[in-house]
Design a protein around this ligand. Sequence first.
Ligand SMILES: Cc1ncc(COP(=O)(O)O)c(C=O)c1O
Length: 395
Amino acid sequence: MSLNLDKLRAETPGVRDVVHFNNAGAALMPEPVLAAQIEHLKLEARIGGYEAAAQEAERCSSVYESVARLIGASVPEIALVENATVAWDMAFYALPFAKGDRILTAETEYAANYIAYLQVAKRVGAIVETVPSRASGELDTAALEEMIDERVKLISITHVPTNGGLVNPAAEVGRIARKHGITYLLDACQTIGHMPVYVEKVGCDILSATGRKYLRGPRGTGFLYIRKGLLETLEPPMIDLFAATWTGPDSYKLRPDAKRFENWENNYAARLGLGVAADYALRVGLQEIWDRIQALAARMRKGLGAVDGVVLRDIGATQCGIVTFSLEDIPASGIKKSLTACDINVSVSGPSSTLLDAMRRDLPEIVRASVHYYNSETEVDALIDAISEISAKRN
Ligand SMILES: Cc1ncc(COP(=O)(O)O)c(C=O)c1O
């Protein structure tokens, strides 16, 4: 089924002001997401923050249902947190590592995650190893399987890296992790709301995500999925009086569900916005979203590829909505500045965000133009025209 683009754009106030290709940074929120937050903020201002949360308790708790439905999980497996990094860190630092334990990751791993591996390696003597990539760019699952032995305690990868269109074979990795009984952590920060991601199909034990990117939710929202059965065995690295109950002078009891990874204070307006964003994505249709994003990104790559001096930087057999490129003789920051002057939003991806991949491919700073389903073909063509003009002025 195709999307009703006119309706979707009418519900996206931002498209009247900008051509937004920074969806991998933070997408434009649709009207209902905005309204849910404003309504709740007004209620807080009118009757008090605690009182507003109490009055809207049912809607607040339904956010867990919306997020669980989005990824095919159950409510007790979901923790709502402030961003993807907190979600990822809370899970990763709860895993017990000892000297000699091996952590396997991909060459396109996100900087924050890799830094955390290095810290654990430094602290306990765990070993971080990257699985080689296939010639097409994604993690090589045959190589992964060959690397497995009884010392591998975690397989942890980023589904779609921050610096390009690559999609790692998350479900193939999941099958290998399950076969060998190894915990599997998936950073789905760039994929939730971008393509269908169902935890059972992917086979991950832990998944982290953010609200503001392809899900089109508010900033300062994120969530964590931890498979039931695993979560009961994990002691979060940080707990408070929400995550656990103080049961006696020398004792506490952790909550039985994934909420043990949360803490007490929250931005309820943003949370409500997150729930509405999840419902909105489900209403639009995850497969429909993915199909349209791929078509728009393919159009953008084709158009940019024909511009003199443009070097497309995306790798991978399957390519997503994150389109990356550079233009000979002009730094990415200069291109971004010129596009901003035409009300076209893009971002710049620097080598240190995905260091191993950047080193391997000798990547400079690159322009990241990330498309979403609500972008129009006209907008894509406007970006291509703008880049053609910038290119023509080079000499
Ligand atoms: C792949 C990936 N993982 C994690 C993050 C961190 O997300 P957050 O800023 O919500 O913590 C990002 C942010 O760009 C990302 O691209």
